[in-house]
Ligand binder design. Structure first.
Ligand SMILES: [Mn+2]
Length: 374
Protein backbone atom coordinates (compact mmCIF):
# COMPACT_ATOMS: atom_id res chain seq x y z
CA UNK A 1 0.00 0.00 0.00
CA UNK A 2 1.27 3.46 -0.90
CA UNK A 3 0.85 6.20 1.65
CA UNK A 4 2.31 9.53 2.54
CA UNK A 5 2.50 10.90 6.07
CA UNK A 6 0.92 14.30 6.64
CA UNK A 7 3.86 15.21 8.88
CA UNK A 8 6.91 13.31 10.08
CA UNK A 9 6.25 11.27 13.20
CA UNK A 10 7.25 13.05 16.39
CA UNK A 11 8.55 10.38 18.78
CA UNK A 12 7.65 12.50 21.80
CA UNK A 13 3.96 12.68 20.90
CA UNK A 14 1.25 10.23 21.89
CA UNK A 15 -0.88 8.96 19.03
CA UNK A 16 -3.61 11.42 19.98
CA UNK A 17 -1.19 14.35 20.06
CA UNK A 18 0.20 13.33 16.69
CA UNK A 19 -3.25 13.11 15.13
CA UNK A 20 -4.39 16.45 16.57
CA UNK A 21 -1.24 18.33 15.55
CA UNK A 22 -1.51 16.77 12.09
CA UNK A 23 -5.03 18.18 11.88
CA UNK A 24 -3.86 21.68 12.73
CA UNK A 25 -4.34 21.92 16.49
CA UNK A 26 -1.23 23.51 18.00
CA UNK A 27 0.48 21.32 20.62
CA UNK A 28 -0.03 23.93 23.32
CA UNK A 29 -3.78 24.00 22.60
CA UNK A 30 -4.40 20.26 22.82
CA UNK A 31 -5.53 20.16 26.44
CA UNK A 32 -7.83 23.08 25.83
CA UNK A 33 -9.16 21.44 22.68
CA UNK A 34 -9.92 18.19 24.46
CA UNK A 35 -11.61 19.90 27.38
CA UNK A 36 -13.64 22.75 25.93
CA UNK A 37 -16.14 24.59 28.12
CA UNK A 38 -18.88 27.16 27.70
CA UNK A 39 -16.13 29.76 27.99
CA UNK A 40 -15.28 28.81 24.42
CA UNK A 41 -18.61 30.17 23.21
CA UNK A 42 -18.14 33.57 21.61
CA UNK A 43 -20.01 36.65 22.70
CA UNK A 44 -23.02 37.14 20.42
CA UNK A 45 -22.32 40.87 20.43
CA UNK A 46 -19.40 40.13 18.12
CA UNK A 47 -22.03 39.55 15.42
CA UNK A 48 -22.63 43.30 15.46
CA UNK A 49 -24.54 44.85 18.33
CA UNK A 50 -26.24 47.51 16.26
CA UNK A 51 -27.56 44.99 13.75
CA UNK A 52 -28.67 42.57 16.46
CA UNK A 53 -30.54 45.44 18.04
CA UNK A 54 -32.22 46.44 14.77
CA UNK A 55 -33.17 42.85 13.97
CA UNK A 56 -34.60 42.26 17.44
CA UNK A 57 -36.53 45.53 17.25
CA UNK A 58 -38.02 44.54 13.89
CA UNK A 59 -39.00 41.09 15.15
CA UNK A 60 -40.37 42.18 18.52
CA UNK A 61 -42.18 45.02 16.80
CA UNK A 62 -43.82 42.53 14.43
CA UNK A 63 -44.87 40.37 17.37
CA UNK A 64 -46.28 43.41 19.19
CA UNK A 65 -48.32 44.47 16.18
CA UNK A 66 -49.42 40.94 15.31
CA UNK A 67 -47.84 41.29 11.85
CA UNK A 68 -47.23 38.41 9.50
CA UNK A 69 -43.70 37.03 9.49
CA UNK A 70 -42.34 34.60 6.94
CA UNK A 71 -39.33 32.39 7.38
CA UNK A 72 -37.51 31.06 4.33
CA UNK A 73 -36.33 27.52 4.99
CA UNK A 74 -33.01 26.91 3.24
CA UNK A 75 -32.77 23.67 1.34
CA UNK A 76 -30.29 21.60 3.28
CA UNK A 77 -29.70 20.14 6.72
CA UNK A 78 -28.30 23.40 8.10
CA UNK A 79 -31.20 25.34 6.60
CA UNK A 80 -33.84 23.04 8.06
CA UNK A 81 -32.26 23.09 11.52
CA UNK A 82 -31.75 26.89 11.38
CA UNK A 83 -35.39 27.63 10.63
CA UNK A 84 -36.66 24.96 13.02
CA UNK A 85 -34.55 26.42 15.83
CA UNK A 86 -35.90 29.92 15.28
CA UNK A 87 -39.53 28.82 15.10
CA UNK A 88 -39.21 26.52 18.15
CA UNK A 89 -37.53 29.27 20.11
CA UNK A 90 -40.25 31.79 19.26
CA UNK A 91 -42.97 29.26 20.03
CA UNK A 92 -41.63 28.87 23.58
CA UNK A 93 -42.11 32.57 24.18
CA UNK A 94 -44.99 33.54 21.89
CA UNK A 95 -46.98 30.39 21.08
CA UNK A 96 -50.09 31.98 19.69
CA UNK A 97 -48.07 34.42 17.60
CA UNK A 98 -46.17 31.54 16.03
CA UNK A 99 -49.34 29.57 15.35
CA UNK A 100 -51.23 32.48 13.82
CA UNK A 101 -48.63 34.77 12.31
CA UNK A 102 -45.62 32.82 11.14
CA UNK A 103 -45.62 31.16 7.75
CA UNK A 104 -42.68 29.37 6.20
CA UNK A 105 -41.56 28.75 2.67
CA UNK A 106 -39.82 25.55 1.60
CA UNK A 107 -38.15 25.69 -1.83
CA UNK A 108 -39.37 23.17 -4.40
CA UNK A 109 -35.82 22.21 -5.37
CA UNK A 110 -32.30 22.87 -4.16
CA UNK A 111 -32.67 26.66 -4.36
CA UNK A 112 -31.15 28.95 -1.77
CA UNK A 113 -32.17 32.44 -0.72
CA UNK A 114 -34.96 34.71 -1.86
CA UNK A 115 -34.92 34.32 -5.62
CA UNK A 116 -37.90 31.96 -5.95
CA UNK A 117 -40.05 33.39 -3.17
CA UNK A 118 -40.27 37.17 -3.59
CA UNK A 119 -43.66 36.94 -5.32
CA UNK A 120 -44.94 34.48 -2.72
CA UNK A 121 -43.90 36.89 0.06
CA UNK A 122 -45.67 39.82 -1.58
CA UNK A 123 -48.79 37.81 -2.41
CA UNK A 124 -49.04 36.60 1.17
CA UNK A 125 -48.92 40.16 2.50
CA UNK A 126 -45.99 39.41 4.74
CA UNK A 127 -44.70 42.25 6.94
CA UNK A 128 -41.27 40.87 7.86
CA UNK A 129 -39.04 38.24 6.24
CA UNK A 130 -36.38 36.24 8.05
CA UNK A 131 -33.86 34.24 6.02
CA UNK A 132 -31.79 31.84 8.12
CA UNK A 133 -28.71 30.27 6.53
CA UNK A 134 -28.92 32.13 3.18
CA UNK A 135 -29.76 35.40 1.46
CA UNK A 136 -26.68 37.54 2.17
CA UNK A 137 -26.11 38.19 -1.52
CA UNK A 138 -29.73 38.61 -2.62
CA UNK A 139 -29.57 42.38 -3.06
CA UNK A 140 -32.09 42.70 -5.89
CA UNK A 141 -34.68 40.57 -4.11
CA UNK A 142 -34.19 42.55 -0.89
CA UNK A 143 -34.55 45.84 -2.77
CA UNK A 144 -37.80 44.65 -4.29
CA UNK A 145 -39.13 43.64 -0.89
CA UNK A 146 -38.15 46.97 0.65
CA UNK A 147 -39.99 48.72 -2.18
CA UNK A 148 -43.03 46.92 -0.84
CA UNK A 149 -42.08 48.05 2.69
CA UNK A 150 -41.14 44.54 3.75
CA UNK A 151 -37.97 44.49 5.87
CA UNK A 152 -35.63 41.50 5.71
CA UNK A 153 -33.47 39.96 8.44
CA UNK A 154 -30.70 37.68 7.21
CA UNK A 155 -29.01 35.28 9.66
CA UNK A 156 -26.29 33.76 7.54
CA UNK A 157 -22.73 32.48 7.37
CA UNK A 158 -21.97 32.54 3.64
CA UNK A 159 -19.27 34.81 2.23
CA UNK A 160 -20.53 38.10 0.84
CA UNK A 161 -20.01 38.77 -2.85
CA UNK A 162 -21.63 42.17 -2.58
CA UNK A 163 -20.99 45.36 -0.66
CA UNK A 164 -23.02 45.11 2.50
CA UNK A 165 -24.05 48.75 2.30
CA UNK A 166 -25.66 48.09 -1.11
CA UNK A 167 -28.24 45.82 0.49
CA UNK A 168 -31.17 47.28 2.41
CA UNK A 169 -31.45 44.11 4.54
CA UNK A 170 -30.19 43.64 8.09
CA UNK A 171 -27.41 41.15 7.46
CA UNK A 172 -26.15 39.29 10.53
CA UNK A 173 -23.31 37.12 9.30
CA UNK A 174 -20.17 35.92 11.10
CA UNK A 175 -18.10 36.39 7.92
CA UNK A 176 -18.79 40.13 8.00
CA UNK A 177 -18.00 40.76 11.62
CA UNK A 178 -15.12 40.48 14.08
CA UNK A 179 -16.83 37.26 15.27
CA UNK A 180 -13.76 35.01 15.50
CA UNK A 181 -15.36 31.72 14.48
CA UNK A 182 -15.67 31.53 10.70
CA UNK A 183 -16.48 27.82 10.85
CA UNK A 184 -19.93 28.33 12.23
CA UNK A 185 -22.98 27.36 10.23
CA UNK A 186 -26.30 29.15 9.77
CA UNK A 187 -27.91 27.43 12.73
CA UNK A 188 -25.06 28.75 14.92
CA UNK A 189 -25.76 32.32 13.84
CA UNK A 190 -29.50 31.80 14.48
CA UNK A 191 -28.72 30.37 17.92
CA UNK A 192 -26.55 33.36 18.78
CA UNK A 193 -29.37 35.66 17.66
CA UNK A 194 -31.74 33.79 19.98
CA UNK A 195 -29.22 34.13 22.82
CA UNK A 196 -29.25 37.85 22.16
CA UNK A 197 -33.07 37.79 22.38
CA UNK A 198 -32.70 35.85 25.66
CA UNK A 199 -30.50 38.64 26.97
CA UNK A 200 -33.27 41.15 26.20
CA UNK A 201 -36.27 39.09 27.24
CA UNK A 202 -34.74 37.13 30.12
CA UNK A 203 -34.39 33.37 30.27
CA UNK A 204 -32.13 30.80 28.75
CA UNK A 205 -34.36 29.40 26.06
CA UNK A 206 -31.87 29.23 23.21
CA UNK A 207 -30.02 26.46 25.01
CA UNK A 208 -33.03 24.15 24.66
CA UNK A 209 -32.04 23.75 21.02
CA UNK A 210 -28.38 22.80 21.17
CA UNK A 211 -29.10 19.50 19.42
CA UNK A 212 -30.24 21.44 16.34
CA UNK A 213 -27.06 23.55 16.54
CA UNK A 214 -25.00 20.36 16.56
CA UNK A 215 -26.89 18.80 13.66
CA UNK A 216 -26.75 21.90 11.43
CA UNK A 217 -23.03 22.44 11.96
CA UNK A 218 -22.42 18.77 11.22
CA UNK A 219 -24.55 18.92 8.07
CA UNK A 220 -22.59 21.86 6.71
CA UNK A 221 -19.31 20.09 7.58
CA UNK A 222 -18.00 22.99 9.65
CA UNK A 223 -14.44 22.36 10.73
CA UNK A 224 -14.06 20.62 14.08
CA UNK A 225 -10.74 22.45 14.43
CA UNK A 226 -12.80 25.46 15.49
CA UNK A 227 -13.00 25.24 19.26
CA UNK A 228 -16.44 26.84 19.53
CA UNK A 229 -17.94 24.65 16.80
CA UNK A 230 -16.39 21.51 18.29
CA UNK A 231 -17.67 22.42 21.75
CA UNK A 232 -21.21 23.06 20.55
CA UNK A 233 -21.37 19.89 18.46
CA UNK A 234 -20.21 17.80 21.43
CA UNK A 235 -22.52 19.58 23.82
CA UNK A 236 -25.52 19.46 21.51
CA UNK A 237 -25.24 15.71 21.03
CA UNK A 238 -24.97 14.95 24.75
CA UNK A 239 -27.84 12.55 25.46
CA UNK A 240 -29.52 14.98 27.87
CA UNK A 241 -29.54 17.67 25.22
CA UNK A 242 -31.28 15.57 22.58
CA UNK A 243 -34.67 17.20 22.88
CA UNK A 244 -35.72 17.74 19.32
CA UNK A 245 -38.34 15.14 18.38
CA UNK A 246 -36.87 14.50 14.94
CA UNK A 247 -33.31 14.02 16.23
CA UNK A 248 -34.46 11.98 19.20
CA UNK A 249 -36.57 9.67 17.03
CA UNK A 250 -33.94 9.11 14.37
CA UNK A 251 -31.42 8.40 17.16
CA UNK A 252 -33.72 5.85 18.79
CA UNK A 253 -34.51 4.26 15.45
CA UNK A 254 -30.84 3.95 14.48
CA UNK A 255 -29.35 3.34 17.89
CA UNK A 256 -27.56 0.26 16.64
CA UNK A 257 -25.55 2.59 14.39
CA UNK A 258 -25.53 5.81 16.43
CA UNK A 259 -24.89 4.19 19.82
CA UNK A 260 -25.75 5.54 23.26
CA UNK A 261 -24.17 8.87 22.46
CA UNK A 262 -24.42 10.52 19.05
CA UNK A 263 -21.04 11.65 17.72
CA UNK A 264 -20.46 14.14 14.94
CA UNK A 265 -19.25 11.23 12.82
CA UNK A 266 -22.40 9.24 13.57
CA UNK A 267 -24.64 12.19 12.76
CA UNK A 268 -22.75 12.91 9.54
CA UNK A 269 -23.32 9.34 8.33
CA UNK A 270 -26.66 8.34 9.84
CA UNK A 271 -28.73 11.51 10.29
CA UNK A 272 -27.64 14.21 7.83
CA UNK A 273 -27.98 11.99 4.71
CA UNK A 274 -31.65 11.39 5.50
CA UNK A 275 -32.37 15.10 5.73
CA UNK A 276 -30.43 15.78 2.55
CA UNK A 277 -32.19 12.95 0.74
CA UNK A 278 -35.53 14.53 1.62
CA UNK A 279 -34.36 17.95 0.45
CA UNK A 280 -33.00 16.62 -2.84
CA UNK A 281 -35.43 13.84 -3.67
CA UNK A 282 -38.49 14.37 -1.50
CA UNK A 283 -41.83 15.72 -2.66
CA UNK A 284 -43.00 19.05 -1.30
CA UNK A 285 -45.29 17.19 1.09
CA UNK A 286 -42.43 15.00 2.32
CA UNK A 287 -40.23 18.05 2.93
CA UNK A 288 -43.03 19.70 4.93
CA UNK A 289 -43.41 16.53 6.95
CA UNK A 290 -39.73 16.32 7.88
CA UNK A 291 -39.50 20.03 8.63
CA UNK A 292 -42.59 19.98 10.81
CA UNK A 293 -41.29 16.98 12.71
CA UNK A 294 -38.37 19.22 13.75
CA UNK A 295 -40.90 21.64 15.26
CA UNK A 296 -41.51 20.64 18.88
CA UNK A 297 -45.14 21.75 18.84
CA UNK A 298 -45.99 19.92 15.62
CA UNK A 299 -43.95 16.72 15.82
CA UNK A 300 -46.24 14.83 18.18
CA UNK A 301 -49.54 15.87 16.62
CA UNK A 302 -51.48 12.93 15.29
CA UNK A 303 -52.05 12.87 11.57
CA UNK A 304 -53.75 10.33 9.28
CA UNK A 305 -51.53 7.30 8.85
CA UNK A 306 -50.11 6.49 5.43
CA UNK A 307 -48.59 3.22 6.57
CA UNK A 308 -48.99 0.40 4.08
CA UNK A 309 -52.18 -1.48 4.96
CA UNK A 310 -53.37 1.15 7.45
CA UNK A 311 -56.97 1.00 8.56
CA UNK A 312 -59.47 3.73 7.79
CA UNK A 313 -59.19 6.48 10.38
CA UNK A 314 -55.87 5.20 11.75
CA UNK A 315 -53.58 7.97 12.98
CA UNK A 316 -49.91 8.24 13.90
CA UNK A 317 -47.59 10.90 15.24
CA UNK A 318 -46.14 13.20 12.58
CA UNK A 319 -42.59 12.39 13.65
CA UNK A 320 -43.25 8.64 13.33
CA UNK A 321 -44.48 9.13 9.80
CA UNK A 322 -41.42 11.28 9.15
CA UNK A 323 -39.10 8.45 10.22
CA UNK A 324 -40.68 6.04 7.73
CA UNK A 325 -40.66 8.68 5.01
CA UNK A 326 -36.95 9.37 5.56
CA UNK A 327 -36.13 5.73 4.97
CA UNK A 328 -38.38 5.50 1.90
CA UNK A 329 -36.98 8.63 0.29
CA UNK A 330 -33.39 7.61 1.03
CA UNK A 331 -34.08 4.30 -0.71
CA UNK A 332 -35.73 6.09 -3.61
CA UNK A 333 -32.69 8.36 -3.89
CA UNK A 334 -30.33 5.38 -3.86
CA UNK A 335 -32.36 3.75 -6.64
CA UNK A 336 -32.28 6.98 -8.70
CA UNK A 337 -28.51 7.20 -8.14
CA UNK A 338 -28.03 3.60 -9.23
CA UNK A 339 -30.19 4.12 -12.31
CA UNK A 340 -28.25 7.29 -13.18
CA UNK A 341 -24.92 5.53 -12.79
CA UNK A 342 -26.09 2.63 -14.93
CA UNK A 343 -27.18 5.06 -17.65
CA UNK A 344 -23.76 6.76 -17.62
CA UNK A 345 -21.88 3.47 -17.58
CA UNK A 346 -23.82 2.35 -20.65
CA UNK A 347 -22.99 5.62 -22.37
CA UNK A 348 -19.30 5.12 -21.55
CA UNK A 349 -19.36 1.61 -22.92
CA UNK A 350 -21.37 2.35 -26.07
CA UNK A 351 -19.21 5.30 -27.02
CA UNK A 352 -15.91 3.79 -25.74
CA UNK A 353 -15.20 6.88 -23.66
CA UNK A 354 -12.69 5.33 -21.29
CA UNK A 355 -9.66 6.63 -23.20
CA UNK A 356 -10.50 10.18 -22.18
CA UNK A 357 -8.88 11.71 -19.12
CA UNK A 358 -11.99 13.57 -18.00
CA UNK A 359 -15.60 12.75 -18.79
CA UNK A 360 -18.21 15.46 -19.01
CA UNK A 361 -21.74 14.41 -19.87
CA UNK A 362 -24.21 16.61 -21.62
CA UNK A 363 -27.52 15.12 -20.56
CA UNK A 364 -30.96 15.47 -22.05
CA UNK A 365 -33.71 16.21 -19.52
CA UNK A 366 -35.03 13.01 -18.01
CA UNK A 367 -31.94 10.86 -18.66
CA UNK A 368 -30.71 11.19 -15.09
CA UNK A 369 -32.97 12.28 -12.21
CA UNK A 370 -32.56 16.08 -11.96
CA UNK A 371 -31.99 15.90 -8.22
CA UNK A 372 -29.08 13.51 -8.67
CA UNK A 373 -27.36 15.21 -11.62
CA UNK A 374 -24.83 17.95 -10.95
MN1 LIG B 1 -25.41 26.60 5.97
Amino acid sequence: MKYKLIKPINENYTAQEQVLTNRGIAYKDIQHYLHTTDNDINDFKLLGEEKLKNAAAALIGAIDLGSRVSIIVDSDDDGFTSSALLINYLYDLFPSFVLNNIIWFIHDGKQHGLNDCVDWIIENEVNLVIVPDAGSNDIEECKKLYQHHIPVIILDHHELEIKESDSPAIIINDQLEPYPNKEFSGVGVVWQFCRYLDSLLGGNNADNYLDLVALGNTGDMMSLCSIETKHLINKGFEPDNIQNPFIYSIWQKNQFKLGQHITSWGAAFYIVPFVNAIVRSGTQEEKELIFESMLSFKACEEIPSNKRGHKLGEVERRVDQAMRTCTNVKNRQTRAQDAGMEFLENMIQEQSLLDNKVLLFLLEPGQVDRNIAG
